[in-house]
Design a protein around this ligand. Structure first.
Ligand code: 6GU
Length: 250
């Protein structure tokens, strides 16, 4: 998969060299390219922003550099046979980034992220490319960041771990909170490891019982309890039949 990022702070994307995404890169599952937007400016000060039409606070990113950057990145990827491009535009006014969207994006061959600073990018850039390719305006949550770069790190990590061969154990995202499948719609419950007693606190007896049916039911109950406490909104959308199936399958 080809991951491209166009940013005025390419150094901010350095963590893409590390950990899981870095490992995926090293083994060739991911081709990551980070571009400096200022490459596509032509004035001495490499200007990327200007004052907003209609007035108001803050600055808006000029359409010129973004248009040239996207045209260049799209042409180069097309020449390299990268497939159909998907443009991901991080913005607090986008639609929510979810596990489902991460899964959909993980199935694509070429993603281009355009994190913005200031008050965002001139709207005409989004209108221009929306008609030329698949484009998603995406938010990672109900709070405002100073720029989209941190959101790109979040999204690329969520997507990269779904690529084949990136996680050590393909089973390890089956029960993830939000993963599609048996525990869909519930948060994950608590986990334990050795020693069996730590500071006088014992591991729940059921987990050492060896009784797989009881363990599955306990995990389901704990997941329900935690979801009710932290995310009551998710309980309404959860399918009781899927929970019973989880009990039987495990
Ligand atoms: Cl994608 N960008 C910014 N600047 N703030 C955000 C966001 C994105 N998602 C949530 N807050």
């Amino acid at each position: 998969m080809r991951f491209e990022v166009i940013s005025i702070f390419p150094e901010y994307l350095a963590p893409l060299e590390l950990s899981l995404v870095g490992k995926a890169r090293a083994r060739g599952a991911l081709d990551v390219r980070v571009h400096d937007l200022r490459q596509w400016t032509h004035d001495r000060h490499h200007t990327v922003d200007d004052t907003p039409y209609g007035g108001g606070p803050g600055m808006v990113m000029k359409p010129g550099p973004w248009g040239e950057a996207l045209d260049a990145v799209l042409a180069e990827g097309a020449a390299a046979g990268a497939g159909e491009p998907v443009l991901v535009v991080p913005t607090p006014s986008g639609r929510p980034f979810t596990q489902r969207l991460a899964g959909e994006l993980a199935a694509r061959s070429w993603l281009i992220f355009t994190p913005a600073r200031y008050e965002g990018i001139d709207r005409r850039v989004i209108e221009e490319y929306r008609h030329r390719l698949e484009l998603h305006e995406v938010s990672i949550g109900d709070y405002v960041l100073a720029g989209g770069e941190a959101a790109v790190l979040v999204m690329t990590e969520a997507i990269a771990r779904l690529l084949p061969g990136v996680l050590g154990n393909a089973e390890s995202h089956r029960d993830d909170s939000f993963a599609p499948g048996a525990m869909a719609g519930l948060l994950e419950g608590p986990v334990y490891t050795k020693p069996p007693v730590w500071r006088g606190r014992e591991v729940p007896e059921v987990l050492v019982s060896g009784h797989h049916g009881r363990i599955a039911r306990w995990r389901r109950d704990e997941a329900l309890r935690r979801t009710a406490a932290h995310r009551p909104d998710l309980i309404a959308g959860c399918d009781p039949a899927a929970l019973d199936k989880h009990d039987l399958a495990t």
